[in-house]
Design a protein around this ligand. Sequence first.
Ligand SMILES: [Fe+2]
Length: 268
Amino acid sequence: MMYDIHNHLIYQFDDGPVSLEEVVEMLKMARDQGITRVFATSHFQELIPPELEEHYFRKLTELQDRLEHENIPIQVFSGSEIFFHHYMNETVKRTRVGTLAGLGKYVLLEFPLFLMPSGVSEALFKLKMDGLVPIIAHPERYSSVLENPETVLEYLKYGALLQVNAGSVTGDFGRRVQKIAMWMVEHRLVHFLGSDAHNARSRTFRLAEAVKQLRRHVEEDYIQALVEHFPARILKNEDPEPIRIPEPEEQRGFFSRLKQKLFSLGKG
Ligand SMILES: [Fe+2]
């Protein structure tokens, strides 16, 4: 049994699938990979009017009915990938789609890829103070993290969890992204793997492939935690498993090794 917490599965809603047929095709691929529970985390901006949310939930129900009708044994839960803004707490509390499975706790958020906004740590801490658990979508893809991997430790310290993309682990986003993703996983800084599937062709479910790749580098118990035990806590509305953040004196060796690896790859 595997969970996949980050995917775009509501058709004609964001840059995801264009038809219900395409979503069904994607979910058949997910089923074939052993995925049994997915979250439909469509992109949302700071403004989430009630009509937009209703529209989302109507399409989610349509999808769930279709899966039942076709006997595809996958449960789809609601969610969103919210574009970072400075009053996340209000947005999340006002909406049902703002937290994973609508349970009022776990929030999947994304940043602009090429420019990290200011005040991120404070915003993460504010979410934590409100009893929310922010999850940073694909940290390995942000240029600020590629330049300064240390920043993820700061985010972890302020209470965020990290979700790495399956495609980053398999190398779909290039060697540098893959190196950073593997570095985070190997140091057990990550809570979730997500396919971040957008369509049935170029960006689809990738969990099985990523797990295969990870088996060459990390222990099986941690792989099981990433795809099953940690995400299961979301549905139980439990707090996340605490993570061990390396001490400052450990960090020096930690980063110089990573930077050497990245340097040897050159730019790009
Ligand atoms: Fe996404």
